[in-house]
Design a protein. Structure first.
Lengths: 287, 248
């Protein structure tokens, strides 16, 4: 059974359609990434799935229930990391987790959660002494303490330094091994690529591409061969890189030329993504 | 019930753990009693002024905790995103609000005992003659002021503004209503304005019980006015209160 299924979802704020007919399904145990620039409708979509917002159209089912009408039994099964939230500065990490654990009928062991999110050394410290990354890990711990089936992570690493991001990624991977279904929003492409089984690219309230990270680039047209010659940047785009490269290097050797900084690269997800976002923006302007 | 007690225990932990705030909230009315008690040492309408002061401070304390304190607590937590975060847990919203309120009232109950004892020991005030009636009237007042507090929280936009707005509302209201001593020398206009305020009627009820040994049932009219304000607060709360931060 699918953990999440969304069909023709629409959400309007006044005249503006923040989500303009989005459909997707998320399988049980899957890590699903919602990728897009700021203002694309990622958070709105996720907050509808979490039951925070009412939709204006379409059907939504999360763990077999409509989030608008779901009750406490349903909330036992979901864990939420909001894009922004703070906790009481004067409680300790352990106390904060114990408070939340008390809301659930079958919570995880608090010390186990402390361990899981890597805050064992900070367990007895007050929340106000934590760094930004540690606070975010506490948020994650609070989302996990009820032992949910489905976890929502809304931009879990925004504002992190590279090291903290790597650590957060490790944690998400460990969640996957626990068998959790994870819905992740991010505007970082590499994050979606690293973590998600499938990615939906959301631009201006619409899904413009959906699939495995490798599939998103797979259909992409060409391979690029770049090099530098006489201080000048040269580029060939080709569908047949073996032949093109062979011809290029054969001629260069015959002429005794050097091909400085020779590079062969396939269009990356980033190229595809930027292209998608740009296309959509252009359409938006002409519409 | 277990869930409610769990949350109540945590609310108490949160309150007392923030030591500066706890000490300020707890000792401020007692400080007022010590200062004002030195001024009000005469008689008014056949009763010692200090007894009026005790009744007034108990009324002020109820408004200050159930109305002002609850409003500030809710606005600050709303803007921190805590209310929104709690909404996604299985803890029902009603339990959350109720435990926050009851936690505040526990603090106030302690404070009320301290006020009565300090007034007795330092200024020779009387013991409350009808403790049950006093508690019953306080419960009506606390519920009404709490509803108004939730409504007020809906009108306050930012966490920074919360305590300023609350003080601008609560302090003049308490002064006009006789919260800081009997309004014996108040001009007629101020007394007329006070008639419009819920706290005036609440303090009247407390005064009747405390000074004239009337049972709570003898204060039906005054408490009805307070309750009507509570209903208005509730209607405002339903319209204006939100769980999500305003300044995101």
């Amino acid at each position: 059974m699918n953990a999440v299924s969304v069909r023709d979802l629409v959400k309007r704020y006044g005249e503006h359609e923040a989500v303009a007919g989005v459909s997707f399904e998320i399988g049980s145990g899957e890590v699903f990434g919602l990728l897009g620039p700021n203002g694309a409708g990622k958070t709105t979509t996720v907050e509808i799935l979490e039951g925070y917002r009412r939709r204006d159209g379409g059907d939504v089912e999360v763990l077999g229930a409509d989030p608008e009408r779901a009750g406490t039994a349903w909330r036992e099964q979901i864990g939420v990391v909001l894009q922004q939230s703070q906790m009481w500065p004067n409680l300790t990490v352990r106390e904060t987790l114990a408070m939340f654990a008390g809301y659930y009928t079958e919570p995880r062991d608090v010390d186990e959660v402390v361990e899981l999110v890597g805050l064992a050394e900070k367990s007895g410290e007050r929340v106000k002494t934590l760094s930004g990354g540690q606070k975010r890990r506490l948020d994650l711990g609070l989302a996990l303490v009820g032992d949910p089936q489905l976890v929502f992570l809304d931009e879990p690493t925004t504002g992190f330094d590279p090291q903290a991001r790597r650590a957060a990624w490790e944690m998400v991977r460990s969640l996957r091994t626990l068998g959790k279904t994870i819905v992740l929003t991010t505007h970082y492409l590499d994050e979606a690529q690293e973590l998600a089984d499938r990615v939906a690219v959301l631009v201006a309230g619409r899904i413009v591409r959906i699939g495995r990270p490798s599939e998103l680039t797979g259909g992409a047209r060409t391979t690029e061969i770049r090099w530098r010659e006489n201080g000048e940047q040269r580029t060939i785009e080709t569908d047949d890189p073996t032949r093109a490269l062979h011809e290029l290097t054969t001629r260069a050797l015959a002429d005794g030329r050097r091909l400085d900084e020779l590079e062969v690269r396939r269009a990356s997800l980033e190229d595809v993504y930027l292209e998608l976002v740009q296309d959509q923006d252009l359409q938006g302007e002409t519409a | 019930m277990k869930l409610f007690l769990h949350q109540l225990r945590n609310e108490q932990l949160i309150f007392w753990r923030s030591r500066e705030a706890a000490v300020f909230v707890f000792f401020f009315p007692i400080m007022l009693l010590l200062l004002l008690g030195a001024v009000y040492d005469g008689d008014y309408r056949g009763h010692p002024e200090i007894d009026y002061l005790v009744a007034g401070l108990l009324g002020y304390g109820t408004a200050n905790t159930a109305f002002g304190g609850l409003a500030i607590l809710l606005v600050v937590r709303r803007e921190m995103g805590i209310l929104k975060r709690i909404r996604s847990t299985p803890l029902p919203s009603s339990y959350y609000l109720a435990s926050a309120l009851v936690s505040m009232l526990l603090v106030f109950a302690l404070q009320a005992v301290a006020i009565v004892v300090v007034a007795k020991v330092v200024y020779g005030a009387s013991w409350p003659p009808r403790p049950f009636s006093l508690v019953a009237a306080s419960a009506v007042g606390a519920a009404a002021f709490a509803a108004m507090g939730v409504g007020l929280a809906g009108l306050i936009r930012s966490a920074e503004g919360a305590s300023a707005v609350v003080n601008v509302v609560v302090l003049p209201m308490a002064f006009l209503s006789g919260g800081f001593g009997p309004p014996s020398r108040y001009p007629k206009l101020m007394q007329d304005v006070a008639e419009l305020l819920p706290l005036k009627h609440f303090i009247d009820a407390i005064t009747g019980i405390l000074l004239d040994s009337e049972p709570v049932t003898g204060q039906g009219w005054a408490l009805l006015v307070v309750a009507a304000w509570g209903v208005a607060g509730l209607l405002l709360a339903v319209r204006a209160f939100t769980w999500e931060p305003r300044e995101a």
